[in-house]
Design a protein around this ligand. Structure first.
Ligand SMILES: Cc1cc2nc3c(=O)[nH]c(=O)nc-3n(C[C@H](O)[C@H](O)[C@H](O)COP(=O)(O)O)c2cc1C
Length: 332
């Protein structure tokens, strides 16, 4: 007898995930990353509650079935609106909904979105509770270890403690503070020092919580090392710039014996998706801009990047150009 729910998905693992990144982890990027790793949890770009409730929700929620396991990241601070958006995420089939309490941009601060919410733990707790009450999928929080003016360990524990009381069980910790005035979002990912020790202390003091470490992780070896302390690791920039790293993840971090996909194989597997996108009136570079790092470290890497970032804008035969790029990767 086949199981009753043959389409039921296995329990969500956050052992390895790719971070939410605006303008980067769009649906095309995620489709491509999924060709490299079956097990990695993927996050969308942040979508604000305003965009989802008053904009083109179908466009913001659009994803391919193959992208699972897949989490939607929300930006907002109204419990009612977040609950409504969590419901939309669940209805659209997302496996998790994540609240952004880490983004330091001015634009979002004015709307009480992102890292500034670390200064309002009771409000975050209220938001999380409203979301948890609205949906059956997990609700998680991605945050920093503090913000300027509220960066003591006691304040971090107060934040995590209040959000835990609201029912949240999984926290992704970008292990540096955010400085809300004077630094750009980019500088806020580079200048405040990484404090893995603070994140580790948090795991030690909240052993019942799932704590996922984020910030500055670059290799599978570093992931393995951090997984001795943390429940999961989340990679952002390295996963984007060196996506082939993901091809090792299933074997090395999930103990799966699936064969590692080759670089050219992955790009070849993307071809039908690109054909569909072109048939819908899209441009090839919408998709291939996310694969530029695939040849990283090889003699043909420059040519590969040039084909897909410069020549692509001049050609009338994008698929022929894609085939040239695939050929460059062959045997790699
Ligand atoms: C281009 C870009 C966009 C980002 N957008 C978001 C976002 O929408 N939501 C969020 O929580 N973090 C965002 N981040 C932060 C990342 O999720 C991550 O926390 C940060 O890059 C640190 O991890 P890393 O050192 O592995 O890159 C963004 C980072 C980058 C580089």
């Amino acid at each position: 007898m086949p199981p009753e729910h043959t389409t039921a998905r296995p329990a969500l693992s956050r052992r390895f995930s790719v971070a939410p990144m605006m303008d980067w982890t769009d649906r095309h990027c995620r489709f491509f990353l999924r060709l490299l790793s079956r097990e990695t949890l993927l996050y969308t770009e942040m979508v604000t509650t305003g965009a989802l409730l008053h904009g083109d929700a179908a466009r913001f929620l659009r994803h391919d079935d193959s992208e699972h396991p897949l989490a939607l990241q929300l930006g907002g601070s109204s419990p009612e609106e977040l609950a409504a958006c969590a419901r939309l995420a669940e209805q659209a089939g997302y496996d998790e909904v994540n609240l952004n309490v880490g983004c330091p941009s001015d634009r979002v601060q004015n709307n009480m979105i992102g890292a500034c919410l670390m200064g309002h733990p009771a409000l975050v707790a209220e938001c999380v509770k409203a979301m948890l009450d609205a949906v059956a999928i997990p609700v998680t929080v991605k945050h920093r270890i503090g913000i300027n003016g509220r960066d003591s360990y006691a304040e971090l524990c107060d934040f995590v403690g209040q959000v835990r009381e609201a029912g949240c069980r999984s926290f992704t910790v970008h292990a540096r503070i955010a400085i809300l005035e004077g630094l750009s979002p980019k500088e806020n990912r580079e200048i405040p020092p990484l404090r893995y020790d603070v994140a580790a202390q948090l795991k030690h003091d909240f052993p019942d919580l799932e704590i996922v470490l984020n910030g500055g992780i670059k290799t599978i070896e570093e992931c393995r090392e951090h997984l001795r302390t943390f429940d999961g690791v989340m990679l952002g920039r390295e996963a984007y710039h060196n996506p082939y790293l993901l091809a090792q993840v299933d074997r090395e971090l999930f103990d799966r014996d699936t064969p590692q996909v080759g670089r050219s194989e992955a790009l070849l597997a993307l071809r039908p998706y690109i054909e569909r996108h072109l048939a819908e009136g899209g441009a090839m570079h919408h998709v291939t801009r996310h694969v530029l790092g695939l040849a990283q470290g090889f003699p043909g890497a420059r040519r590969f990047r040039q084909l897909l970032s410069v020549d692509i804008h001049k050609t009338k035969e994008p698929l022929a150009l894609l085939d040239q790029a695939i050929e460059l990767l062959q045997g790699r």
